[in-house]
Design a protein around this ligand. Sequence first.
Ligand code: 5MY
Ligand code: ATP
Length: 348
Amino acid sequence: MTKPNHLELPRGVQLVYVAEGGANVIYRFVGNPVLGKKDPRLLSPSTLDTDQCNLPPQFKGKLLRLRKETAADISYKEIIRNFDTIIRPLFNPEELVDQTLIRLPEGLLSSCNEQLRSAELNGARPKKRHGGYLCLQEPFGLLITDMTTAGDPGASLAELKPKWLTQSPSAPATAYRCRTCALREMKNCNSQFQGLKEQRSFCPLDLVSEQYENVLRATGLINGCKDRSRLARILYRNPILQRLLSLQKTERDVGLQGPAAQSREMSLAMTLRDCTMFIKIPHDEKSPVEIRLGDLDLKTGAGGKADYWRDLETKLINQGWYRGSNMSQDSGDCSLHNPRRPSQSHLL
Ligand SMILES: O=P(O)(O)O[C@@H]1[C@@H](OP(=O)(O)O)[C@H](OP(=O)(O)O)[C@H](O)[C@H](OP(=O)(O)O)[C@H]1OP(=O)(O)O
Ligand SMILES: Nc1ncnc2c1ncn2[C@@H]1O[C@H](COP(=O)(O)OP(=O)(O)OP(=O)(O)O)[C@@H](O)[C@H]1O
């Protein structure tokens, strides 16, 4: 059997931590800078650019995504197989954060884990991510489209999770909250009890509203773009959001709907409800805006996750989070609870 032709990450490439989620850590390449004699690890990420480094051209405009050790334990090979066969066909290539496998040099993951441990000590790593490290058994990383503004410092990056763009099919008909707002209220109530900070976010139904004012309301709660009305104009009737909405409407095996046991449809439906939208906005209003969806790794209902999703829906229904019936609960700003004004979108 012939070995598939994978890209290889050259030995000696330096990585700078960019961000992380629950399952992956994102790094920027530094390589060996052509200019300057300083140790690249000492330079701040904003001063580094792949253009300044003698990195292979395939790495230009790319970041490196490395997998953490998690309960789901899905290898990058499988993630890429699912991405290529199930996710890619649903979108245009320019609508997705691209991902390709790249073989990692020996020892890279252990040294990244050492860096993650020291970042915990010097406060450079978010507290909620402490204790999670890269999976040493994973031979690959993913080369992904760089959506940061490192190459264009005048630009801004808005990042949001569109979440559930339609109500859960098993929510009560009289619900005052959509699935996302109901779950947020439940989490906030738990945070309140523990003396933790509450989360504020937009209602996803506003994001895909036919009324511009509702999209504008949502953009007030999106991080990364100072000009909220510009962002609202970008997102209003946005084709990628509309595509995601239509896919979510098709993939409805969520909540108490659909098969009891885990299924491919349920995995896809939940994946489409937990992706990240990156919006790179150039300073110049005439230049094109780049919008891509990332974190579309196919979820799995295995390992008790399918049961967790169903139990969560039962809780949201039975404990009144959809109805907002518990008096201690704040009504939040769900579009289902607060009637929105009639459309004035014709004034756009
Ligand atoms: O449960 P939700 O809707 O809050 O979504 C979880 C996300 O929380 P968030 O919406 O960002 O606050 C959560 O994001 P964080 O790790 O909190 O950034 C995960 O994406 C989680 O998915 P998985 O368990 O890693 O496959 C997400 O879980 P599932 O979508 O698998 O339920
Ligand atoms: N292509 C990208 N360009 C710029 N930043 C990115 C990119 N991909 C991810 N990031 C940043 O890194 C963070 C974590 O990445 P990613 O979504 O891959 O992690 P995750 O562990 O899958 O997240 P989650 O906890 O939501 O499952 C993102 O929230 C984002 O801030």
